[in-house]
Design a protein around this ligand. Structure first.
Ligand code: UGA
Length: 435
């Protein structure tokens, strides 16, 4: 099957490479010439484990290619995916900016030949698929096509596995014919008995927001429980484990921490609130999740300040991890980059390390000091703060670390270490929700 992916960002590139791996012939198309040129040279613009090898393999096998030419890309395709960005609008009001989606729809329309399915892959507000349909129809009244909503559920850092072994595939369709094409697209998943949820366009669009909102809610819930644990001397790890063992609740996404970040939860929760508001409905649970998340980040600033004896002025903080989670170079809405700036402003010196995120962080925060590894970050530090649970921070040589530090304060915002282990190693240890 011939498939075209419009947009070679995170979602477009992962989806394109994985569909090529399924055996389809895929063209990844982008207007950005330098990006396409780099991709042709084998340069992958994002850090995602396994993606470079998957792209290289499928390019070599002749199933994956890159193009800036919309006509060439769309003419022979049976399915055209729109996977362009939907950033939060510049007004900062939570609305998703759909400019790129509609531009892609308008631009692809003239090249539709035989029956084609136009697939909305980007996360978009309810009603967008119908709007895309109108835009394509206006631009090419004779085109024979259907629009499908096919939300993605890829986690950065685990995207390929999430694509190849998903919990479910959601297809919002208006016609049986479109559903049949989409089943062909995902045939390998059909064969491994992946559940397919086939529904209307609006429902599919809302499923994506509801899923991300519910996961955000789970995180905010456990973060509040962590705060209760700290107040009463309980341990949130044991609590989350026991609560999560109830099959009705489930143990995933119950890790207390500095609050969620990334390009999805913060943006999608706000977009869902806007959708609800526009339709005269309140979603108070999600409103609360958003508020709790902001409060959690502020609470982490205070946690660090308190651990430093009430003031960060003149103190050196070793910051381990800058990205919003491990195995990605994504810094968008990263908790570290919300928590560190107020400390810097009040006179702290920040010695930072991250395996993937330092180059970009340096552009935003030139006043941090960037070092080669966790141990260098701890040189003369008054406190070390673990922000992101990269594997290389999970088994640190604690004695080596301590010997480099001025004091022995360890603030573990991801609960990687156990309080006992840290006490035994001579650290003054602060976790999240650990008594
Ligand atoms: C999220 C969803 O998990 C994907 O299913 C979805 O497809 C994607 O958004 C998207 O909409 O494109 P992602 O943002 O890559 O994926 O990362 P997550 O693993 O979900 O983590 C999000 C944030 O929550 C991170 O800051 C992480 O540290 C935090 N988190 C996660 C916690 O604080 N506690 C947890 O228990 C889990």
């Amino acid at each position: 099957m011939n498939i075209t992916m419009i947009g070679t960002g995170y979602v477009g590139l992962v989806t394109g490479a994985c569909l090529a791996e399924f055996g389809h012939s895929v063209i990844c198309m982008d207007k950005d010439e330098s990006k396409i040129e780099k991709l042709r040279q084998g340069e992958i613009p994002i850090y995602e484990p396994g993606l470079d090898a998957l792209v290289a393999k499928n390019v070599t096998d002749g199933r994956l290619s890159f193009s800036t030419d919309m006509g060439e890309s769309v003419r022979s395709a049976q399915a055209v995916f729109i996977a362009v960005g939907t950033p939060s609008s510049r007004r900062g009001d939570g609305y998703a900016d759909l400019t790129y989606i509609y531009a892609a729809a308008r631009d692809l329309a003239p090249y539709l030949r035989d029956y084609t399915v136009v697939v909305d892959k980007s996360t978009v507000p309810v009603g967008t698929a119908r709007q895309v349909e109108r835009v394509v129809r206006e631009a090419n009244p004779d085109a024979e096509f259907d629009v499908v909503s096919n939300p993605e559920f890829l986690r950065e850092g685990a995207a390929i596995n999430d694509f190849m072994r998903p919990d479910r595939v959601v297809l919002g369709v208006d016609s049986v014919r479109a559903a049949e094409v989409m089943k062909d697209v995902y045939n390998p998943l059909y064969l491994i008995s992946t559940p397919f949820v086939i529904t209307g366009l609006e429902t599919a669009e809302l499923i994506k927001y509801a899923s991300n909102a519910f996961l955000s809610l789970k995180i905010s819930f456990i973060n509040e429980m962590a705060n209760v644990c700290e107040a009463v001397g309980a341990d949130v790890i044991d609590l989350a484990k026991a609560v999560g063992l109830d099959g009705r609740i489930g143990g995933k996404f119950l890790h207390a921490g500095p609050g969620y970040g990334g390009s999805c939860f913060p943006k999608d929760t706000l977009a869902l609130l806007r959708i609800a508001q526009e339709n005269g409905v309140a979603v108070r649970s999600v409103e609360a999740a958003v508020e709790i998340n902001a409060a959690q980040k502020a609470r982490m600033v205070k946690k660090i300040r308190d651990a430093l004896g009430g003031s960060e002025a003149g103190k050196t903080i070793a910051a381990l991890g800058l990205t919003f989670k491990p195995e990605t170079d994504d810094l968008r809405d990263s908790p570290a980059l919300t928590i560190l700036p107020p400390l810097l402003e009040k006179g702290a010196r920040i010695q930072a390390h991250d395996p993937q995120g330092m180059k970009e962080t340096a552009k935003m925060f030139p006043d941090f000091i960037y070092v080669k590894n966790a141990y260098e970050a701890c040189e003369n530090a008054d406190a070390v703060v673990l922000f992101t649970e990269w594997n290389q921070y999970r088994a640190l040589d604690l004695q080596e670390l301590k010997s480099r530090m001025k004091s022995s304060i360890f603030i573990d915002l991801r609960n990687v270490y156990s309080p006992k282990q840290m006490k035994d190693a001579g650290f003054e240890y602060f976790g999240v929700g650990r008594g």
